[in-house]
Design a binder for this molecule. Structure first.
Ligand code: ADP
Ligand SMILES: Cc1ncc(COP(=O)(O)OP(=O)(O)O)c(N)n1
Length: 288
């Protein structure tokens, strides 16, 4: 019996099951790591919109973190929607005191459906305390611009944005993701994430672009896959390449399904084509 590595997600819930903690835990399970979770926020959300957001009280977030680290210390921590600057500081404090763990920060600021999922205090806390102790940060282009305090319509291309962010943070690797909010794909068939570190030339991670209405939760799935591959011992470049390929594969897997009336969720775990039709297990009434 092989014991899986433990990974922790600190994030928010999505009641529609497409993004956030649901995406993270499903991705961890699919990739062979044991997922633990600290819920920082609860959202009333579906495939069309975020209808309400509730930040979990700080002491409840802290109690969840205490419970996990006392009993199931993670080798990799992944953060998603943190909701408040206090939670960012809490995670940063623990990570700073546990230098052997790795930290993947997905700086979730806004849902694709439009709702803001972070305030200015949290953006400042990312830059000041959390990113300095991170192994890798995975912003899309809009998030990179916010972290760089650039205007939302700043025209700097993604490759340069990645370099600017790495230079400003002077610590973590940057994987600037190339989804719908990012740079246009290099060709209609390729999606590019830019990987860089301070002083390095950005490297293109090219993977198949998938035309699909079912792309809700791609950022969470990508960052969780990256965390899982790190936990299995891969370096950042390999983990980022594998995570990108994983997302492309899962987008293909869910391309034809219809869940909700908005942007449906990416498949986090299985290829729906492999799901068996309902088997004929007799009901208790039939067997009585
Ligand atoms: N249509 C797509 N085809 C292939 N990969 C995609 C597509 N959309 C997003 N991705 C990939 O999903 C991952 C998450 O990126 P992105 O969608 O930019 O995150 P976010 O959801 O935070 O905006 C990246 O590896 C990105 O390249
Ligand atoms: C609770 C919660 N966390 C994160 C997000 C953003 O998720 P992401 O994977 O970036 O997917 P989209 O929202 O961009 O489809 C979220 N919506 N909710």
């Amino acid at each position: 019996m092989v014991t899986p590595p433990v990974v922790l997600t600190v994030a928010g819930t999505d009641s529609g099951g497409g993004a956030g903690i649901a995406a993270d835990l499903a991705t961890f399970a699919a990739l062979g790591v044991h997922g633990t979770c600290v819920v920082a926020a609860v959202t009333a959300q579906d495939t069309t919109a975020v209808h309400a957001v509730h930040a979990v009280p700080f002491d409840v977030v802290a109690a969840q973190l205490d419970a996990v680290i006392a009993d199931l210390p993670p080798v990799v921590v992944k953060t998603g929607m943190l909701a408040t600057a206090d939670v960012a500081r809490l995670v940063a404090r623990w990570c700073a005191g546990s230098p052997s763990r790795q930290l993947v920060v997905d700086p979730v600021l806004r849902a694709t459906t439009g709702a803001a999922l972070a305030d200015d205090d949290l953006v400042r806390a990312y830059a000041a305390v959390l990113l300095p102790v991170a192994t890798v940060v995975t912003p899309n282009a809009a998030e990179a611009r916010a972290l760089l305090a650039l205007a939302a319509d700043d025209p700097t291309p993604s490759r340069e944005l990645a370099g600017l962010l790495a230079a400003q943070l002077a610590g973590p690797a940057v994987v600037l993701t190339g989804g719908p909010l990012g740079a246009p794909a290099a060709s209609s068939s390729t999606c590019i994430d830019w990987l860089t570190r301070p002083g390095d030339e950005p490297v293109a991670i090219e993977h198949p672009a998938v035309a699909t209405p079912n792309d809700h939760g791609t950022g969470c799935t990508h960052a969780s896959a990256l965390a899982a591959f790190l936990a299995h011992g891969h370096d950042v470049a390999t983990a980022a390449a594998r995570a990108a390929a994983y997302v492309s594969g899962q987008l293909v897997a869910s391309r034809g399904w219809q869940l909700g009336s908005g942007r449906g969720p990416i498949a986090h775990t299985t290829d729906p084509n492999t799901i068996l039709p309902r088997t004929t297990i007799p009901s208790t009434e039939e067997t009585a």
